[in-house]
Design a protein around this ligand. Structure first.
Ligand code: ADP
Ligand SMILES: Nc1ncnc2c1ncn2[C@H]1C[C@H](O)[C@@H](COP(=O)(O)O)O1
Length: 219
């Protein structure tokens, strides 16, 4: 019996991993996809044509970047639908608007007009009855210090040059956002409760929780 069957996780499940930058979403996405034999839907940072420019000049590039992310995530959403599920998704589409676009608008690095245009597009594309929401959103929770350590360790140059106040603001916003999130069921996992780097088997308790939770909420 494979791990997916062992923990009664339906083969067509769509699980999205949410959490602040550096918390460990991509690492968890790969570990879960390997364990469940699911496909991955990843954020491709290296091929993003706006990300470096955005970190160098938020005002100039925030709208372009949000539109780029929206298009990328929507294409991924279509791919997931066409395969009929069985996916682990690295970051949810809800974070783009609920965290990033909102933060840049409220901090004055996205104009009110650009924000409104973006929101209208987002609502028209995503907040419709036709949009398939994931079966489960796994929220990775970690302290600001743990997250800062991981951003540093990963070493993406544009993130190293970004002031700590940006990550602190984002961390706070994530806490508020997840406390009021209700678009799909949530499973919260603290990053101190598993260690995928040193103990691959620490994915099993996560799978057990997913199985338990997804069966409670899906049927
Ligand atoms: N469970 C873990 N324990 C220790 N380090 C981790 C763990 N998960 C991820 N990391 C490290 O933290 C950094 C950020 O992880 P990543 O998965 O890229 O985060 P995200 O996708 O949320 O931005 C990477 O250097 C990764 O190797
Ligand atoms: N919607 C977004 N707006 C601005 N920046 C974003 C958005 N989504 C992701 N990002 C950035 C944050 C990181 O620098 C990279 C990748 O995110 P990660 O959490 O490391 O997977 O893209």
């Amino acid at each position: 019996m494979n791990l997916r069957e062992k923990y009664h996780i339906p083969h067509d499940s769509v699980i999205t991993i949410a959490g602040t930058v550096g918390v460990g979403k991509s690492t968890m996405t790969h570990a879960l996809a390997d364990a469940l034999n699911f496909r991955t839907s990843l954020e491709k940072v290296e091929t993003n044509p706006y990300l470096d420019k955005f970190y160098a000049d938020f005002e100039r590039w925030s709208f372009h970047l949000q539109i780029y992310f929206l298009a990328e995530r929507f294409k991924e959403q279509k791919r997931i639908f066409e395969y009929g599920g069985g996916f682990i998704q690295d970051r949810s589409i809800y974070e783009d608007t609920g965290i990033f676009a909102k933060m840049h608008y409220e901090k004055g690095t996205m104009t009110p007009t650009d924000y409104e245009t973006y929101r209208n597009l987002f609502d028209a594309m995503v907040m419709t009855p036709y949009f398939p929401h994931p079966h489960l959103l796994i929220y990775l929770d970690g302290s600001l210090d743990e997250v800062l350590d991981r951003i540093k360790e990963r070493g993406r140059p544009m993130e190293q040059q970004t002031p700590i106040s940006y990550w602190r603001e984002m961390h706070k916003r994530y806490e508020d956002w997840i406390n009021s999130f209700n678009a799909c069921p949530i499973l919260r996992i603290n990053i101190a409760d598993y260690d995928l780097m040193n103990n691959k088997a620490s994915i099993e308790p996560v799978l057990e929780k997913i199985g338990h939770f997804i069966n409670q909420s899906r049927y």
